[in-house]
Design a protein around this ligand. Structure first.
Ligand code: PLP
Length: 493
């Protein structure tokens, strides 16, 4: 477990959820509410939909006795979260890990001119590049061409990039990946620190790491300096709530005021009490959730074990040992090569949803990824049965050689993301966009890894890939101006 040795009493009592408890107690009192949110006074439809508690607990921020003051329950909850994740300081975010990535990228111009950044980061990091105007030196991830998925980067890839960049500000990587591949964060942190720069890790998918011996260690414990964490994904808080953690490392003094001020730039002045309370409760549950997390891991292991034994499908993470950048796997991610079982990932996801009321997290042409929340024990048999009821429309040839899996190489970068985003631009038909510089970020979603960045040349392969993604069931391209990607926004000549 991450729990850091308590330097002061404020980090010790992980049994409490001070903010959530204070909020509940506050709601028990008989208030005449003449403040926002206005729905507190006239909430019939909200109550009918969600029950009376939703409005009763929906208080504005800056409440005396809850939010304000050095020892207020909000501050205690933040301190407890920092203690639980092993951080020097934690910020609660109410606009997801996206907000954390925007903050982290926004402060980097204070540290140097160029951000050394994994090319397969989430699009919110690229949004941060647009906000910050940073130059980026991209580090290409390893790619599993058989699956059409990007993994992570190695320490030596990062060291090479740092060697080419004289004025690096920081290193920015993502770990774990959407498919659960964990990078060697310790080695990458060492390389970054040797070059005199901090390591920022987008650990959106690893908020639960370190809370059970069978889970990988969290990035903070491995030397990362600033860590974005999507607590809502697998660690139990409400959707859109997340955390940003600052390590007690060599860059703490420099980063803390920068992060705090950037946080204020992008945090709503009406941060949701419900989301905040859910972060407090998720932390309390995770810290004491060892047995339940163990049961979740067992359930996920069982699914993988039965699928291997039945033989129709393959488990994508079984190939991870072949990739030098992957040092561990998140056991709560179950990535299944459905194409091996005769059905594309997109079709498998569509039929599981339509015919079996089973929702999985993501589909690609080749695979689906199911995720198990830390502490949640899913119905293993139902999932296995659903998978084995699926038809197998792909013939033998299509099962093993499918050129749709091709993941397009990014085009050359001609200007920074911010320059391209702010340049005069116009819409052109997709075929005319080939060879032009993109003004937008375009990302097949999920996983939301940008296939085109603002400032990059648009290639024919990328256009074909994005149009195919958009045409797939549940296909969505984040940043596209129309749902079929028939037009693209390019920088004017
Ligand atoms: C790697 C990664 N980082 C960041 C995010 C953004 O997280 P959020 O949805 O909490 O804003 C995602 C979302 O899927 C992601 O996959």
């Amino acid at each position: 477990m991450n729990l850091r040795t308590a330097p002061a009493s404020r980090f010790t009592d992980q049994d409490c959820a001070p903010y959530a408890e204070a909020l509940l107690a506050h709601a028990e009192r008989s208030w005449l509410r003449l403040n926002v949110p206005g729905h507190a006074a006239a909430d019939r439809s909200l109550t009918a939909a969600f029950g009376p508690r939703i409005s009763a607990l929906d208080f504005p921020p800056l409440l005396e006795g809850i939010d304000l003051g050095a020892h207020a329950p909000l501050q205690e909850s933040l301190d407890l979260a920092a203690g639980a994740w092993g951080a020097r300081r934690t910020w609660f975010l109410t606009n997801g890990a996206s907000q954390g990535n925007q903050i982290a990228a926004m402060i980097t111009p204070a540290l140097g001119r160029t951000l050394v950044v994994q090319r397969s980061v989430h699009s919110s990091v690229v949004d941060g590049l647009v906000l910050s105007g940073m130059d980026a030196a991209f580090v290409q991830p390893s790619v599993d061409v058989a699956q059409g998925i990007a993994h992570g980067v190695t320490a030596s890839d990062v060291a090479d990039a740092l060697g080419r960049v004289p004025d690096a500000a920081a290193v920015y990587i993502v770990s774990p990946s959407y498919f659960g591949a964990v990078a060697d964060v310790r080695a990458i942190a060492d390389v970054a620190h040797a070059a005199g720069v901090p390591l920022i890790v987008d650990e959106a998918w690893g908020a639960h790491f370190g809370f059970h011996p069978a889970l990988p260690e969290g990035a903070l414990a491995l030397g990362a300096d600033l860590v974005t964490s999507s607590t809502h994904k697998l660690a139990g808080s409400l959707t859109q709530s997340a955390m940003l953690h600052l390590a007690d490392g060599p860059f703490a003094e420099r980063l803390e005021p920068l992060v705090d001020r950037a946080f204020r730039l992008v945090q709503s002045t009406s941060a949701s009490a419900l989301l905040t309370a859910s972060l407090d409760l998720a932390r309390q549950t995770l810290v004491h959730g060892g047995d339940r997390i163990g049961a979740s891991i067992q359930a996920a292991d069982k699914i993988r074990g039965v699928l291997r034994a039945l033989g129709r499908y393959r488990i994508v993470s079984d190939t991870f040992p072949r990739f030098a950048d992957i040092t561990a796997t998140d056991p709560l991610r179950i990535a299944i090569d459905t194409r091996h079982g005769g059905i594309s990932g997109h079709e498998a996801r569509r039929l599981l949803y339509r015919d079996h009321q089973i929702m999985v997290e993501v589909a690609t042409d080749a695979a689906i990824v199911a995720v198990v929340g830390a502490g949640f024990a899913p119905d293993v048999d139902r999932f296995i049965e659903g998978l084995h009821c699926l038809p197998a429309p792909l013939d033998g040839q299509q099962r093993f050689t499918d050129d749709r899996l091709y993941l397009p190489e990014p085009g050359a970068a001609r200007m920074t993301a911010r320059e391209a985003f702010l340049s005069p631009a116009h819409l052109v038909p997709a075929e005319e966009a080939v060879g032009r510089v993109s003004a937008d970020t375009l990302a097949a979603y999920p996983p939301g890894i940008p296939n085109v960045l603002p400032g990059e040349v648009i290639t024919a392969e990328t256009v074909a890939f994005l149009q195919r993604t958009a045409a797939a069931p549940n296909g969505h391209v984040r940043g596209a101006v129309d749902p079929t990607v028939s037009q693209l926004r390019v920088v004017a000549h």
